[in-house]
Design a binder for this molecule. Sequence first.
Ligand code: GTP
Ligand code: MG
Length: 337
Amino acid sequence: MGKSLAESILSGERMALARLLTQVENGSPEGRLTLDELFPYTGKAHLIGVTGAPGTGKSSLVNQIALQYRRPTATNPKRVAIVAVDPSSPFTGGAVLGDRVRMRDLAGDPGVFIRLMASRGSLGGLAQATAAMVQVFDAAGFDVILIETVGAGQTEVDIARLAHTTLVVESPGLGDDIQAIKAGILEIADIIVINKADLPGVENTEHALRGMLGLAHPVEKVFRHHGQAMPIPGSEPANAGLWVPPILRTIATDGTGVGELMAAIEQHAQHLHQSGDWGRRERARLEAELEALLTGTLVAQFRASVSDVRYEEVVDRLVQRTYSPWEAVKVLMNGEA
Ligand SMILES: Nc1nc2c(ncn2[C@@H]2O[C@H](COP(=O)(O)OP(=O)(O)OP(=O)(O)O)[C@@H](O)[C@H]2O)c(=O)[nH]1
Ligand SMILES: [Mg+2]
């Protein structure tokens, strides 16, 4: 008897991995069954989200990070999976090609697997499909999973929630510094990277970021002593275990600053473990996934139990203002009127 797909993946077969990833991306029922089989083997990988505005250098940076994990000098090189999500463009031909070229340094390395994921145009589906992809890589034994997303919309925030460590990538020279930075995205940042630090305007970008970060992450109370910010004595205990997102500069095209970035990623992972946040994030993430699946399943189940005619009738009544939306729900659930 042949091996099951799950068994092939657990023994590290790349073809099997690619096959399951396609099944999962298409939401196929066999894919789902294999995922069920693999789930007990997940929960080990460090999930790193990389997000930011288009063209800030996320792919270049992901490439550099992956190279660092794969350095032959590293005593224990990590196996790295890269999931690049492009929710903004339905035409991925160009983007895919571009990313392939940029990530060419990694091509041929059996310890690296790159998966480019095109938008499927379904709301919420993308975050769910990404979560499933990540589970596949996790089970397949990849130590680090890098997830690249473009932009600052809800999808990115949802995908960032998957990650243990989220990098928000900015770059100078996107016109008005403040305008280019969405305050909302800083709230999900564990590490802020100003990439393209070789370009003019880095100082302004960093200054703007520091200002906004103070709002997004109200941190320790400080007082000024000879112009030097000092923590207020006695305020440390309350802040013990609080992670302050560092702001780092990189040049992804030549690797400048990537060593420091790797150190910050490592420190963040340690912080998560020591503070217990790793476990808390894990729980919150799985709970959110459960809730999303439950919601979808219950709604689908319920809709299947109500005839289309009946449903349309209730919608008509809504339109006529005979029912309020809440009343419509009550009527549908209780089968009244
Ligand atoms: N000068 C400079 N250019 C860079 C740097 N990093 C990346 N670039 C260039 O910026 C362009 C965009 O880089 P990508 O890595 O594709 O950026 P991205 O954020 O992944 O882009 P999207 O996925 O399309 O949003 C490429 O031409 C890179 O060569 C950098 O540090 N300095
Ligand atoms: Mg990219």
